[in-house]
Design a protein around this ligand. Structure first.
Ligand code: HXC
Ligand code: NAP
Length: 269
C-alpha cells in the first residue's frame, strides 16, 4: 500500500473481487487485504484463484479463493454466499473479470462477440446484481473495471468496446437505483498497465509497446498499484460523496492520440 492511505483503513471490512486470479484485479485484491479487508476472490480456474488467494494469506491477509464463472449467475450467487458466511457481510465489490482478443469484426464469429460481452458486461451485471443482497449497507462500494475502449473506438475490438461502453452506463444506472440505500457504484478506467495479460494481448512486441506509449499524454504505461490506489480511494470514506463516476486512471488515454507524428503544426508564418 502506498503512503497516501492510512494503514488498516479497511480493517473489519469484507471485499469480493471478481476476476481476481491475476493482473490488475489481483493487485486490487492484494491492496485491499493490506489495508485490512478480508477478501473473497473468484475466477474460472480453481487452481489459479486458489494460488491468488494464497499470495494474500502468505502476506498475512485473510482470503478465500473460489472457482466461479461470472457468466453463471447461480455460481456467482453461491460464491458470494460462501464469502459472506466465511468472511462476513460484504462492504466492497470489484467486478473486473474480462476477456479480450484482437480480431476484425469480419474475423469474429457471433459467438466470439457474444463471449466477450457475456464475460465483461453481463458478468458485471451478474456480480453487482447478486451482490446487493449480501451488502453490509449503507456505505457499501461497488467498483466496475472498465477501459478507455468504452469511449475511444478501437480497431479490432468491437466486442470489448461495446461491452465496456455498456459497463459505463450500467454504473450510472445502478448508482441512481442503489444510491438511496447508501450503496455507491463507480468505475475505474485503467489505461495501459504494465505486466498484464491485457497489454500482452494488445501490444505484444517492444515496438508496439513504444508506439502505444507515444500516443499517451504521460508517455508511459501505468502500474497495477496505480489502479489499486484508485480502488482504495473509491472504497474509502474519502470518496463517500462520489457515485456514478468513472475515474480515468489512464495516463491520458481518454484524451485521444497525443503522438507527435499524428499531426504536425504548420510552420508559423
Ligand atoms: C477470433 C476468437 C479468438 C481470436 C477466441 N475467439 N479467440 N475469435 N480471434 N483470437 C472465439 C472462439 O473461436 C469462439 O467462437 C469464441 O471466441 C469463444 O472462444 P472460447 O475459447 O470458447 O471462449 P472462452 O474459453 O470462454 O475464453 C474467453 C476468451 C479468452 C475471451 C476467448 O481469450 C479468455 O479466456 N480471456 C481471458 C483473459 C483475457 O482476455 N485477459 C485480458 C483482459 S484485458 P466460435 O465461433 O469459434 O465458437 C482487457 C483489455 C482491456 O479486457 C483494455 C486494455 C487497454
Ligand atoms: P487478466 O489478468 O487476464 O485478468 C482477467 C481476469 O478475469 C482473470 O483473473 C481471469 O481469471 C478472469 N476471468 C476471465 N473470464 C472470467 C469469467 N468468465 N468468470 C470469472 N473470471 C473470469 O487481465 P488484466 O489485463 O489484468 O485486466 C483486468 C481488468 O482490467 C479487465 O477488466 C480489463 O478489461 C481491465 N483493463 C485492463 C487494462 C490493461 O492494461 N491490462 C487496461 C484497461 C482495462 P481466470 O482465467 O482464472 O478465469
Amino acid at each position: 500500500m502506498t503512503s497516501a492511505f492510512k494503514d488498516q483503513m479497511l480493517a473489519g471490512k469484507t471485499a469480493f473481487v471478481a476476476g481476481g486470479s491475476s493482473g490488475i484485479n489481483l493487485g486490487i485484491a492484494q491492496a485491499l487485504a493490506r489495508a485490512g479487508a478480508r477478501v473473497g476472490l473468484i475466477s474460472r480456474d480453481a487452481g489459479r484463484i486458489e494460488a491468488a488467494a494464497g499470495t494474500i494469506r502468505a502476506a498475512g491477509g485473510s482470503a478465500l479463493g473460489l472457482a466461479a464463472d461470472v457468466r453463471d449467475f447461480d455460481a456467482v450467487e453461491a460464491a458470494l454466499a460462501r464469502t459472506r458466511a466465511e468472511l462476513g457481510a460484504i462492504d466492497i465489490v470489484v467486478s473486473g473479470a474480462a476477456g479480450n482478443f484482437l480480431a476484425p469484426a469480419l474475423g469474429m464469429s457471433a459467438n466470439g462477440f457474444k463471449t466477450v460481452v457475456d464475460i465483461d458486461l453481463i458478468g458485471t451485471f451478474n456480480v453487482f446484481r447478486a451482490s446487493f443482497a449480501h451488502l453490509n449497507k449503507p456505505g457499501a462500494s461497488l467498483i466496475a473495471i472498465t477501459a478507455p475502449q468504452a469511449h475511444n473506438a478501437m480497431m479490432f475490438q468491437v466486442h470489448a468496446c461495446a461491452a465496456k461502453a455498456g459497463i459505463n452506463m450500467m454504473v450510472k444506472c445502478l448508482a441512481m437505483e442503489w444510491g438511496p440505500a447508501g450503496v455507491r457504484v463507480n468505475g475505474i478506467s485503467p489505461g495501459p498497465i504494465a505486466d498484464t495479460e491485457g497489454m500482452a494481448r494488445l501490444a505484444p512486441t517492444a515496438e508496439m509497446e513504444q508506439r502505444y506509449k507515444a500516443r499517451l499524454a504521460l508517455r508511459d504505461y501505468g502500474d497495477k498499484s496505480d489502479i489499486a490506489d484508485t480502488a482504495l480511494f473509491l472504497c474509502s470514506d474519502n470518496s463517500r460523496y462520489i457515485t456514478g463516476t468513472i475515474i480515468d486512471c489512464d495516463g491520458g488515454s481518454k484524451l485521444g492520440d497525443a503522438s507527435a507524428d499524428a499531426l504536425q503544426p504548420p510552420p508559423r508564418a
